[in-house]
Design a protein around this ligand. Structure first.
Ligand code: HEM
Length: 521
């Protein structure tokens, strides 16, 4: 990220002060001397700001950090404006190194903070987390910022590097699909890989702070491939799974329709058997399908004679996908899909005919839990931004953090995030110790409540964060860019995998079913 090192001179403040006019313009930021003479007319904030008597030839550190993110100075085109350092002064502001753990309180979950303990994570998990973070900082972060902005698909190079360490396979959680694979360069054995490892990957990916990119990074595979692995024929699996896990082919889960979202039993897309019984003929449409614009395969819920069936539909004649523009980046490839007399071999049926609801539901707990991992972590990113900003921002002659109302917003934000994250770790611990059957029976309600709780909190946190950042929280570039992005995209999380009210209701209905027959007040 930083520019190549060059010989830097030392200057005294007196020497620097002489360069204080248009065409001969220096300034000091954090003990470093910048020559802005040739940049002055290109400066996005204008020339006048740079000619201010408190800036031109002076130490502008406080003013600079009130207006720019530190990352501005790390960009090569700006880093090269540095010509020297101030004699006798040290730089105090740290640049984040790849893999670094944040020192800002609550920016990291407790188990990653120095001097804290956890009953859940082992030293192996810690080692794994460090390597995954470094990988994501070095391989994914820049691509995430660029693609979120230009809306293009995740770069193939990133997908290939992720495949090299088997990250696509690991994102599907523990299971048979990991057998024989070298995970993260051999750091964890397939049989040792557990839900905390998966949580780590999901949470580290969330830290890039680019929501559309996060889904574009094969979110469709995370929810669309499990039905193939759990219900597809051996032949089908052997034919399509290897290329998907290599990041060469793509798959989506195609359930929701303009007619039916959370109400999956009311789908209108139909599949009728051909006369020879060899094919399904599929007609209908699907909406909000993540990665749909570039997917090769669609795990699709269809209405059949006696109920609901799930089919693996391959891109081909009769399948059309159109980009839907949503509140987040088109890098997610969110699609509207139409199926017009699409011929699907009956061998592509996933699970028993007319029992598709079970196939779809079997995946929901894991899908929602993944969303919980992401939501819990993204709230920490907001805390880090807000705590740091409130501490550095000067307003009415004091730091913003000196205002009790701001401290109160931060208090609520931190308490909500800690509560949700700790609950998530408890649920993850249960998943690690339960069979799949037990998980389905005991955790559907818990996970539904947890997701509802986290996304409600996330929306409160987004609203509070914008108040803390003020106008900066509403612009796509500059100081508040992560906050603007979070606030704009957070509603998505509250709907994916079931709207909040639907999830809350599911949890209560499950609880009521389990009240012992003899329970009375
Ligand atoms: C090495 C020195 C500097 C560089 C490379 C630089 C670069 C930039 C960039 C890239 C932006 C656009 C930020 C964005 O929206 O993404 C910007 C905005 C701005 N800069 Fe600078 N800048 C420098 C120094 C300064 C200084 C010393 C001042 C002093 C007042 C200043 C005042 C401003 C202002 C007022 C804006 C507009 C901020 C906003 O829209 O909120 N800049 N600068």
């Amino acid at each position: 990220m930083s520019a190549p090192k060059k010989e830097l001179k030392e200057f005294t403040p007196e020497e620097i002060a002489k360069h204080n006019k248009s065409g001969d313009l220096w300034t000091i930021i954090d003990g470093k001397v910048y020559d802005l003479s040739r940049f002055q007319n290109l400066h996005p904030g204008g020339l006048a700001a740079l000619l201010d008597p408190d800036v031109a030839g002076q130490d502008a550190t406080e003013i600079f950090y009130g207006l720019h993110r530190h990352e501005v100075l790390q960009k090569p085109q700006y880093a090269r404006l540095q010509i020297g350092t101030v004699k006798g002064e040290l730089s105090l502001i740290e640049s984040r190194e790849p893999g670094q753990i944040s020192g800002v309180p609550y920016a990291e979950p407790t188990w990653l903070q120095k001097g804290y303990y956890s009953p859940y994570y082992t030293d192996k998990h810690r080692e794994f987390q460090l390597v995954v973070r470094k990988f994501i900082d070095e391989v994914v972060y820049e691509d995430a910022q660029a693609r979120e902005e230009d809306g293009k698909r995740v770069s193939q190079e990133v997908l290939d590097k992720m495949a090299d360490v088997e990250m696509h396979a690991m994102r599907l959680g523990p299971g048979k699909h990991l057998k024989g694979r070298t995970l993260m360069g051999g750091l964890v054995k397939p049989e040792e890989f557990d839900y905390f490892h998966e949580l780590i990957i999901t949470q580290e990916l969330t830290r890039v702070g680019a929501r559309g990119y996060g889904d574009g990074l094969l979110g469709g595979m995370v929810i669309g491939l499990p039905p193939v692995l759990n219900f597809g024929s051996k032949e089908l699996q052997e034919r399509i799974v290897p290329d998907i896990l290599k990041g060469k082919k793509f798959i989506s889960l195609a359930i929701s329709e303009a007619y039916a979202g959370s109400d999956v039993s009311n789908l209108k897309t139909t599949a009728v058997k051909s006369e020879d019984g060899k094919f399904w003929i599929v007609n209908g449409s699907k909406k909000w399908i993540t990665n749909g614009t570039f997917s090769d395969y669609f795990t699709t819920g269809v209405r059949t004679d006696g109920g609901l069936t799930v089919l693996l539909i391959e891109r081909g004649e009769g399948v059309e996908t159109k980009q839907i523009k949503t509140s987040y980046s088109t890098t997610a490839g969110t699609a509207y899909i139409t199926f017009d007399n699409v011929k699907v071999p009956v061998e592509n049926t996933l699970g028993p005919e007319n029992d598709g609801l079970r196939v779809i539901l079997s995946n929901f707990n894991h899908e929602r839990w993944v969303m919980c991992c992401a939501s819990a972590r993204s709230q920490r990113l907001v805390i880090e931004e807000c705590l740091t900003w409130a501490n550095q921002r000067q307003v009415f002659g004091k730091p913003l953090i000196a205002q009790a109302v701001i401290r109160n917003k931060l208090a609520q934000m931190i308490a909500r995030t800690e509560a949700g994250h700790n609950w998530l770790e408890n649920v993850t611990h249960q998943m690690n110790n339960m069979s799949y059957k037990e998980m389905s029976a005991k955790l559907a309600g818990q996970i539904a409540f947890l997701k509802m709780y986290l996304t409600q909190n996330a929306q409160d946190t987004a609203r509070d964060a914008v108040q803390i950042f003020g106008g900066r929280g509403t612009t796509r570039t500059g100081m508040g860019r992560f906050i603007e992005h979070y606030h704009r995209t957070i509603t998505f999380d509250s709907l994916l995998g079931g709207a909040e009210d639907v999830l809350g209701d599911l949890g209560v209905r499950q609880a009521i079913r389990k009240i012992p027959a003899g329970a009375r007040l």
